[in-house]
Design a protein around this ligand. Structure first.
Ligand code: ADP
Ligand code: ASP
Ligand code: MG
Length: 405
């Protein structure tokens, strides 16, 4: 008998028919003798709709009330799931994040889990029941309801799996696993049967939305194996574990893309010790999350520094840079929100020369200009104009032979 945590994403429980299909599947797993803990997301696009309604009602949108509102979506889905299970003779009990023992900090709309005290969930399993836990929610140290942020249900599932010592954490979604690239951009993308945490972390950090990045970090830090799979075909999906010697080392495992960042350039910066320190300290103090940083070779004692920031931090970043322009004696501050990043990920690139060269050749052959480059030992990324992103993904996916043959 295995103990499984099974998380169902919004599309998996989008309507009554889907809820019944999932309940039927879970009832089947129970008949085979497994013990199951379920985590559910809000139905379909409900989270988006609740946020939209809040925007129509309010300009201030207090965080505490946003969390009360958003978590209602998951609460509804849990109760409905338990009802569908009851029809199938399965004794199921719904739990909000608070009832399930998710203690978080007080950062509303994006709370962090501080501690999991899921004893009630454990007791329910021991009593032969199926606990159904609302995803992406908890209770703060000040006793308020909190939301763990977009995609937070994945983190709920992983944290429960670690607390309960589950055999595996299964994330059921609308695709059959993690793919070699976003199947919406490249229909020829293939499912990756096995993936290491190192590769998946690079993928989620560079734009792959599934599983949510925080959940992958949590799983990696706490040794929880993941199985990303389909709630429609129920076929074997992608198994994510620590790298093991059995795993075939692909040179390139996947191509990812990300349009969530903008580029800021400060030009004519004096090239002397302490300038970069001053600029980036100022950004950090204003809570700006800097990602890629590139500094040019100095020319006559001055240089250019470019970096990328999330779109929502762009105004603040530009403000900070303009405030420091005169102080550090820089010439100009400019920004470009219309950029995107394309990345190649693969553990095999560590020991295989030529990946970067081929990537640049493919982009050049397609007339795509590279604006910034960054690498890690298992990733090569290029910043390009936003309108070139999808084409770059398609061409790289084909050039590195990731297409379905
Ligand atoms: P859920 O709501 O089930 O948690 P999401 O909707 O957040 O799932 O994420 C699943 C979506 O992620 C898929 O529909 C797919 O289009 C998209 N996606 C983008 N890149 C990839 C990739 N490399 N592999 C798998 N899915 C991807
Ligand atoms: N429903 C929430 C969202 O869409 C939480 C989740 O699904 O993980 O972000
Ligand atoms: Mg989701």
């Amino acid at each position: 008998m295995a103990l499984l945590v099974q998380k169902f994403g919004g599309t998996a429980v989008a309507d009554p028919e889907r809820i019944r299909a999932v309940a039927e599947y879970v009832a089947g797993c129970l008949r085979r003798g497994d013990a199951i803990v379920m985590v559910v997301s809000a139905m379909g696009k409900e989270t988006d709709e609740l946020i939209r309604t809040a925007q129509e009602v309010s300009e201030t949108k207090p965080g505490r009330e946003m969390d009360m509102l958003i978590t209602a979506g998951e609460r509804k889905a849990c109760a409905l799931m338990c009802m569908a299970l009851a029809d199938r003779g399965v004794e199921a009990v719904s739990f909000t994040g608070s009832q399930a023992g998710f203690i978080t900090d007080t950062t509303h709309t994006n709370a962090k889990i501080l501690e999991v005290r899921a004893d009630r969930v454990r007791t329910a399993i021991e009593a032969g029941k199926v606990p159904v836990v609302g995803g992406a929610q908890g209770v703060s140290t000040e006793n308020d309801v909190t939301f763990l942020g977009r995609g937070g249900s994945d983190t709920t599932a992983v944290a429960l799996a670690e607390f309960l010592g589950a055999d595996i954490c299964e994330l059921y979604t609308d695709v059959s696993g993690v793919f070699t690239t976003d199947p919406r951009i490249v229909p020829e993308a293939r499912k990756i049967p096995r993936l290491s945490f190192d590769e998946l972390l690079e993928m989620t950090a560079t734009g792959c939305p599934k599983p949510a990045m925080r959940s992958v970090e949590y799983a990696h830090n706490h040794g929880v194996d993941l199985h990303v799979r389909s709630a429609f075909t129920w076929e074997q999906g992608t198994l994510v574990t620590e790298e093991d010697p059995e795993m075939e080392q692909a040179i390139i495992r996947a191509v990812t893309s990300d349009r969530s960042e903008a580029k800021v350039t400060v030009s004519g910066v004096p090239d002397r010790p302490g300038i970069a320190a001053k600029l980036f300290r100022a950004l950090a103090d204003r809570g700006v999350n800097v990602d890629m940083i590139v500094q040019n070779v100095s020319d006559h004692g001055v240089t250019d520094i470019s970096f990328t920031v999330p779109h929502e931090d762009l105004d603040r970043a530009t403000e900070v840079m303009e405030a420091y322009r005169d102080e550090v004696g820089a010439k100009d501050v400019s920004s470009d929100p219309r950029i995107g990043r394309v990345s190649l990920i693969g553990a095999g690139m560590k020991s295989h020369p030529g990946v970067a060269a081929t990537m640049f050749e493919v982009l050049a052959a397609n007339g795509i200009n590279i604006e910034m480059i960054s690498t890690s030992s298992i990733r090569t990324s290029c910043v390009v104009q936003e309108e070139d992103v999808d084409r770059a993904v398609e061409e790289l996916h084909r050039a590195f032979e990731l297409d379905e043959s």
